[in-house]
Design a protein around this ligand. Structure first.
Ligand code: SF4
Length: 281
């Protein structure tokens, strides 16, 4: 077992995805300038994010019904099973996301939950969900481990995947994304993230990971990603780059850096101004 100090020297898979978004996010986080963990009283998007994330963990129940309750609910209509799953999600939300949603107002929380249940209960949304049953069938057959952490000292990497499915022949990492779904396939950042989990699983279990799943839960759409050589190479290259940034290198900003909504915008501007002054001397 690694102690806290050992863990702190490892690169996290979340840092790889931050790096692809904007390398400076990794820099400022490494400098101890943490983004605020608690959301604002009126942060609707944080509540929606938590609700959709939990929905991703209930994919199988929504897609195929609640197996645990089959005997006592054999005569129950499918929409009752869905209503029960949604009630479980909304009832438990504040307990699961205590750190993230602790400061959100009760009133807003209830309003966002109501809007969420209304959206998910539409036949259009459920129809799209139920046409994506490959992942649900795998989960029903083999179950999954939620938020499974894997550490590799050899790679200097640690990560926690949303779901790990073990079929006996295969280890399949799955990630739940609450953002936009691409028109086809999987975003580059998500492919790299799955490749990083594949590298970790291969190191831990002496296996070869062939594929992973991405649940674009708002769509809702499940996409399979074959773990390709290029994605593995990008993950390993990004581990090295993140290490350099964590050791103090101030990087260029990302090509599509989300500066508009960035909690580090002020520090970033100050640092940029200081650097330009130094270069002009
Ligand atoms: S303000 Fe923009 S460039 Fe700076 S860290 Fe944030 S996203 Fe990156």
């Amino acid at each position: 077992m690694l102690d806290t100090q050992d863990r702190s020297t490892l690169v996290k898979v979340s840092e790889l995805t931050h790096y692809l978004l904007c390398p400076r996010l990794v820099y400022f986080n490494a400098q101890g300038k943490q983004q605020p963990a608690h959301v604002q009283k009126n942060d609707r998007s944080a509540i929606e994010h938590a609700l959709f994330k939990e929905l991703g963990f209930s994919w199988q129940k929504l897609c195929l019904g609640d197996q645990e309750n089959v005997p006592k609910s054999r005569d129950r209509k499918p929409d009752e099973a869905i209503a029960q799953t949604l009630a479980e999600i909304t009832d438990d939300l504040e307990l699961i996301y205590k750190n993230e949603l602790g400061s959100v107002s009760e009133d807003l929380l209830e309003r966002v939950k109501t809007d969420f249940v209304t959206l998910i209960s539409t036949s259009e949304w459920l129809g799209r969900l139920q046409s994506n049953d490959e992942l649900a069938l795998l989960e029903r057959s083999f179950g999954f481990e939620r938020e499974r952490s894997v550490i590799s000292q050899r790679l200097g990497l640690v990560g926690s995947m949303d779901k790990l499915i073990r079929t006996g022949d295969e280890h399949i990492p799955c990630i739940i994304k609450t953002g936009r779904c691409p028109a086809y396939s999987v975003w580059k950042r998500d492919r790299m993230q799955l490749a990083a989990y594949a590298l970790l699983l291969e190191d831990a279990y002496e296996t070869t990971v062939q594929r992973g799943f991405v649940e674009y839960i708002r769509a809702p759409e499940v996409r399979t990603a074959v773990i390709k050589r290029g994605d593995r190479a990008l993950a390993l290259q990004t581990v090295k780059r993140v290490k350099r940034v964590k050791n103090g290198l101030f990087p260029d900003k990302g090509e599509h850096a989300p500066c508009e909504h960035c909690a580090f915008a002020a520090q970033c501007e100050t640092r940029r101004t200081l650097l330009s002054r130094l270069l002009m001397r």
